[in-house]
Design a protein around this ligand. Structure first.
Ligand SMILES: Cc1cc2nc3c(=O)[nH]c(=O)nc-3n(C[C@H](O)[C@H](O)[C@H](O)COP(=O)(O)OP(=O)(O)OC[C@H]3O[C@@H](n4cnc5c(N)ncnc54)[C@H](O)[C@@H]3O)c2cc1C
Ligand code: FES
Length: 252
């Protein structure tokens, strides 16, 4: 585990409650789509928020790393106060990654809800650069939370489902010819992941989900991120064996 970034380059509000934090990273950093970092949301010497907070890497652009975050509590509120030039402590990368080097990756359906946009952004760009046709369906609760500039930067066909107007993402998925996709990648709240997996199971051959479970340490020692195994007994650790899982491996 390494300190991979130490300075804020930009911290931009992109919608009602979402921000994109851009950090300067050290040279030759290798991060794969699906991995996450642990952000210290306090300055050295302070005691709260004590634990680092996990965030997906939204994108890597040369020596800049983007993180999409929603302000929901003390840690993210502190992050929203950071200004260009501020010193920060970011550890990572952690966790596994989406399976995109598999030669079987074909037309892909990518589904995200809320902060899950940060979890799939880099994935969508990586799929696109490999020539994979991507359809992206994004669910957000309120229209004011939609971040148009972030969605546009993906450069793929995107359908935004605003819950207050059109209901949940699966309403839209039910109207799609799901059998034409070879892969389905999902990230967001557990309820959305479960409903999406239930709908696409048996219709799309490969389904991978990325979980935004609550975490303590983030690197496998505290066991506060259990994910129940689908078969057999026991649990995976979302931070270590995950956060990306083949859908059939886990019980949501
Ligand atoms: C692998 C991973 C990737 C993530 N990626 C992103 C990302 O790209 N963008 C983003 O905005 N957030 C992401 N999250 C969630 C992010 O870690 C939390 O929003 C953050 O820790 C909240 O910190 P806080 O101090 O502001 O709020 P807290 O005080 O920690 O939490 C405020 C409230 O939200 C609840 N809460 C906190 N974290 C979660 C969670 N993970 N799931 C459900 N409820 C929660 C708490 O119980 C509490 O009620 C990710 C989480 C994980 C595990
Ligand atoms: S967060 Fe500590 S083991 Fe996963």
């Amino acid at each position: 585990m390494d300190e991979i970034a130490s300075r804020v380059l930009q911290n931009k509000k992109v919608s009602d409650s979402y921000h994109v934090l851009t950090l300067g990273v050290r040279e030759r950093l290798t991060i794969f789509p699906g991995q996450f970092v642990q952000i210290l949301c306090r300055t050295p010497g302070e005691t709260t928020p004590f634990l680092r907070r996990p965030f997906s890497v939204m994108d890597i652009r040369g020596r800049a790393m983007d993180i999409l975050y929603k302000v929901i509590g003390p840690g993210t509120a502190r992050m929203s106060e950071w200004r260009p030039g501020d010193s920060v402590s970011i550890l990572g990368p952690f966790g596994n990654a989406f399976s995109i080097d598999d030669t079987a990756v074909g037309p892909a359906l990518v589904v995200a809800g809320g902060t899950g946009l940060g979890g799939v952004h880099y994935l969508v760009r990586a799929l696109k650069s490999r020539g994979v046709s991507v359809t992206f369906v994004y669910g957000v609760r309120f229209r004011r939370e939609t971040a148009p500039a972030v969605l546009k930067s993906l450069g793929v066909k995107t359908e935004v489902v605003v819950e207050e107007r059109s209901g949940v993402v699966t309403n839209r998925l039910k109207k799609m010819a799901l059998e034409r996709f070879r892969n389905c990648f999902v990230c967001g709240p557990t309820g959305m992941i479960r409903a999406t997996a239930d709908l696409v199971r048996g219709r799309i051959p490969m389904i991978e989900v990325s979980l935004e479970e609550m975490m303590g340490c983030g690197f496998g020692i505290c066991y506060t991120c259990p994910v129940k195994k689908r078969t057999g007994q026991g649990y995976y650790r979302a931070c270590d064996e995950g956060p990306v899982f083949r859908e059939e491996m886990i019980s949501l």
